[in-house]
Write a protein that binds this ligand. Sequence first.
Ligand SMILES: CCCCCCCCCCC/C=C/C(=O)SCCNC(=O)CCNC(=O)[C@H](O)C(C)(C)COP(=O)(O)OP(=O)(O)OC[C@H]1O[C@@H](n2cnc3c(N)ncnc32)[C@H](O)[C@@H]1OP(=O)(O)O
Length: 374
Amino acid sequence: MALRTVSALKRRLGGAGLGLLRSGQISSAAGRSGAGRARAGRGRGVAWTRPRLGEEQLGPTCPVGPTWESVSRPSSTDRKCLGRAGNFLPCAAQHRLEKTPSYIDYPATARRSFSNHRVIVDMDQSLGVATIKIKNPPVNSLSLELLTEFLIGWEKLENDKSCKGVILTSNYPKIFSAGLDILEMCGKNAAHYTEYWKAVQELWLKLYMSNMVVIAAINGSSPAGGCLLALTSDYRVMADNPKYTIGLNETLLGIVAPFWFKDNLVNTIGNRASEQALQLGLLFSPAEALKIGLVDQLVPEDKVQSTALSVMSQWLKIPDHARQLTKTMMRKPTADLLLKQREADIDNFVRFISRDGIQKSLHMYLKALKERKE
Ligand SMILES: CCCCCCCCCCC/C=C/C(=O)SCCNC(=O)CCNC(=O)[C@H](O)C(C)(C)COP(=O)(O)OP(=O)(O)OC[C@H]1O[C@@H](n2cnc3c(N)ncnc32)[C@H](O)[C@@H]1OP(=O)(O)O
């Protein structure tokens, strides 16, 4: 039976890291995003010694950096443990989750892998670099299940002291990601749309504000949400194949890119180019994408992964704390805009996507996609 909700997935994956979370909230327990990085205790810019596994640090004064406090809106119970982007977990739950066994608890060897159904994570411990391969056939659409599993994998990496960088790529050359799963936004109820949008927000916040170096190895087409995923990274290497396209093409589906998609794009390619790209729903060839700065480097298809790795090694030579603080300085104002109005953004999405006219547009777009093949 298909699992349609985050809560159902959490139950199925119980013990994989999300079992303690409240329904519908996907939160990192020890995320290093935002000020949470202070907990990582490995020269991430704040003098703080990470508690060893088994050491409880419960109670009202959880020593987590305060940077995000002003922008998240937790309940009074949850206010015990603030400090991480979008993290509403009570402190005790966060620390219990930190103790969740995972591969990082075992003695280090050079390589470790873990995977669930839709995400493969390969960690090279000697380099401190993990590769996340998205594996959601046929086109790596960002379904609720994929988003949930991705967040679980991401959380494990955020908790892994040795992981300093992540390469995002696709298990299927030709398609990096087809973007948000249109089926998640069609013919469902408001509760489903809410849960889905929370997961989309959560993934964006986690990736965009991660303290790890994130490099996208774009080995195929990357429309809409796929492009957004790539935009969260610090550097984008794309396969130089003119058949591939990348861009925020939402208007072609009759929908509108939310403001934070837009902000992420504006921060990358500038206001004028974004205005045109967003209104026209432009999908760029790799050469065009390079020209406007949507991607940083084009390489032959078979060099995407190795180039991403060599770029990663350059980025990892920069003193970590200085790079992280700079990244936060550059990105936090953008992330804060969403954090300040997360609930309103969910309401907007649910209202917008539930409209008859929008549902009709999405159905027609899906139909056209299918008919293209016939
Ligand atoms: C006032 C303001 C308020 C704002 C509120 C917010 C508003 C909503 C914001 C929503 C933002 C949305 C972001 C998105 O990401 S929407 C998704 C956009 N994606 C696309 O347009 C990509 C569509 N797909 C393609 O172009 C091609 O499939 C692709 C190039 C990726 C691959 O081509 P290929 O030929 O290899 O494969 P097929 O086209 O044959 O596809 C195979 C099957 O997969 C289905 N498919 C494709 N993409 C999706 C998708 N994104 N979601 C679900 N399903 C998808 C396709 O239909 C085929 O299915 P069948 O095998 O059953 O035919």
